[in-house]
Each structure stands twice: as structure tokens, then as C-alpha cells.
Design a protein around this ligand. Structure first.
Ligand SMILES: NC(=O)c1ccc[n+]([C@@H]2O[C@H](COP(=O)([O-])OP(=O)(O)OC[C@H]3O[C@@H](n4cnc5c(N)ncnc54)[C@H](OP(=O)(O)O)[C@@H]3O)[C@@H](O)[C@H]2O)c1
Length: 251
């Protein structure tokens, strides 16, 4: 699909990957972006730089009232970009309760699902359009130091595939983006080789324009998908070895 002249709504657009996706969509000719954030004041830099091509919206993807208000405020959306996410950066036993896991599920899975449910009629009315879901290599294999996050991203991938099938009839394309460690606030203080979020945005939006459903946006994603296809058991062992190295370097 061509992104030129699209009208997109991007969740978590104030920083990190969401901000880079917003800027890449604008570079590709998006007519307007509903840039969403928990606090609209944090969208000032984007509004200042791009003027009325940016429409700021307050949106917490776990709050039904916010989602309903966004549907009302953005009737012309053709691309829904489910980018917002959180990471606890802990394992389940390490955390000692399932509370943070539930919070990750709320944002990373139910937030994505509720936004897709709410905006599906808008997309249908506007010709089909697309839903783009920010997934992760965490969707492909569990990395125990981020164990509960990985479980939520695996569920997000699964519901993304469900949406792809269910929304085909109304002409809505559903894309998933996969990346390894990316240099954003989410990983502040965590050591490791990280991709530049601007590179991820460029590769991912090129993938959308090329019509690739599941887009591996960096080397780590391409490597992990290959291993998953060739030898899933080897991938699990590799993740355990990486977990040992990660714990030694970061904890
Ligand atoms: N960084 C990585 O290594 C990496 C790799 C693969 C995938 N991802 C995924 O990429 C996406 C963006 O992450 P990022 O790296 O750009 O991290 P980030 O800089 O922490 O950005 C996350 C964004 O989501 C917003 N957000 C959090 N909870 C929300 C909620 N309940 N409702 C609405 N917005 C909410 C955040 O708002 P605040 O600014 O208020 O916190 C922020 O704008 C996430 O889905 C993440 O899982 C990240």
C-alpha cells in the first residue's frame, strides 16, 4: 500500500519509535497524522515542527473513554498504527507476582486489540486502509530477562495474525513489525547492541509499501526468524545463553 496521502493515527507518538514512525510517514507524504500521547503537552515538538499536519490527541490505550473519544475525533483515519508499548524488563519469578505481566498485557495486547476493534469500522468506511502493529523479536522467542514482555508480544503477534484474516474481507491490510533492541527510552540503561529507531522506521515503512505482512526491520529480527524456521529448539537454547550474558552485563 502507498502511504502518500494517508491519514494515520499513531499511538505513543511523543517519543522513541512512535515519533520516528510519525516523521517517516510525513516524509513519505502522509496528509495528516493524529499523534497520540498520554499527555498532549509532550507532542509540542512534533506540532512545532510539522504544523497542522499533526493533530495531537490524548490517548491511553487502556482507557475505553479515551479510545471512544479518539474514534470520534479521527473519522478520516486510513492507517491505524498500534505502536504504544511497555516493558517491565523482568522475568515472572524475578518479579514475584503477575501484576506487571497483567499491565504489559493490558497495554501491549488488549490496548492493541481494543484500538483495532474500535477503528475497524472507520477503516472500512474509508476504503479499507491498514493496521500496523509494532511487534518485536520478543514475539518470536522468549528472552527470560524480559520474560513477561515476550509473552505479551507473542500474544500481540497472534492477535495481529487473527486481525489480518478477519479484516481482509473489508479490505484492511494488517502488518506486523519485528525488531531486536532499539535505542529508545524503553531500553535506557540496558547494555547491548541497539538499532537506530530512524532506521527501523525507514525499513518498516518500506516494507508496508512493498506489501510485506510481517516485516523484519533489523538484522536481529532476520536472524531470529531464520533460526525459528530452521531449528526452534536451538533458538530457545540460544535465548538462554543470551539471557546468561545479559544478566552478567546488566544485573
Ligand atoms: N525499544 C526496543 O528495543 C523495541 C524493540 C522492539 C519493539 N519495541 C516496541 O516498540 C514500541 C515503541 O517502543 P519504544 O521503544 O519507542 O519505547 P518508548 O520510547 O518507551 O515509547 C513507548 C511509547 O508508548 C507510550 N505508552 C506507554 N503506555 C501507554 C498507554 N497505556 N497508552 C498509550 N501510550 C502508551 C509511551 O508513552 P510515555 O512517553 O508517556 O511513556 C511512549 O510514547 C513498543 O510497542 C515496544 O514494545 C521496542
Amino acid at each position: 500500500m502507498k502511504l502518500k496521502d494517508c491519514i494515520a493515527l499513531v499511538t505513543g507518538a511523543n517519543q522513541g519509535l512512535g515519533k520516528c514512525y510519525t516523521e517517516e510517514l510525513l516524509r513519505l507524504g502522509a496528509a495528516k497524522i493524529y499523534a497520540c500521547a498520554l499527555d498532549v503537552d509532550w507532542l509540542q515538538p512534533l506540532c512545532g515542527a510539522y504544523g497542522d499536519r499533526i493533530v495531537p490527541l490524548k490517548l491511553d490505550v487502556t482507557v475505553g473513554g479515551d479510545i471512544a473519544a479518539a474514534v470520534k475525533a479521527a473519522p478520516d483515519v486510513t492507517v491505524l498504527f498500534n505502536n504504544a508499548g511497555i516493558l517491565a524488563a523482568k522475568g515472572l519469578i524475578e518479579t514475584g507476582s503477575s501484576e506487571t505481566f497483567r499491565r504489559e498485557m493490558d497495554v501491549n495486547v488488549y490496548g492493541l486489540a481494543d484500538m483495532s476493534l474500535a477503528f475497524a469500522p472507520t477503516l472500512a468506511r474509508n476504503g479499507g486502509g491498514a493496521i500496523i502493529n509494532m511487534l518485536s523479536v520478543a514475539s518470536l522467542a522468549n528472552f527470560p530477562p524480559f520474560g513477561t514482555y515476550c509473552a505479551s508480544k507473542a500474544a500481540a503477534m497472534s492477535i495481529s495474525h487473527c486481525l489480518r484474516y478477519e479484516l481482509k474481507a473489508q479490505g484492511t491490510q494488517v502488518f506486523g513489525i519485528y525488531a531486536g533492541l532499539v535505542d529508545t527510552d524503553m531500553l535506557k540503561g540496558i547494555k547491548g547492541e541497539k538499532s537506530d529507531p530512524k532506521d527501523i522506521a525507514r525499513v518498516a515503512m518500506a516494507g508496508v509499501e512493498a506489501g510485506i505482512g510481517d516485516i523484519d526491520a533489523d538484522e536481529r529480527a532476520r536472524y531470529m526468524r531464520k533460526l525459528l524456521q530452521d531449528d526452534p529448539q536451538a533458538l530457545e537454547y540460544l535465548q538462554h545463553e543470551r539471557a546468561d550474558a545479559f544478566v552478567a552485563a546488566n544485573r
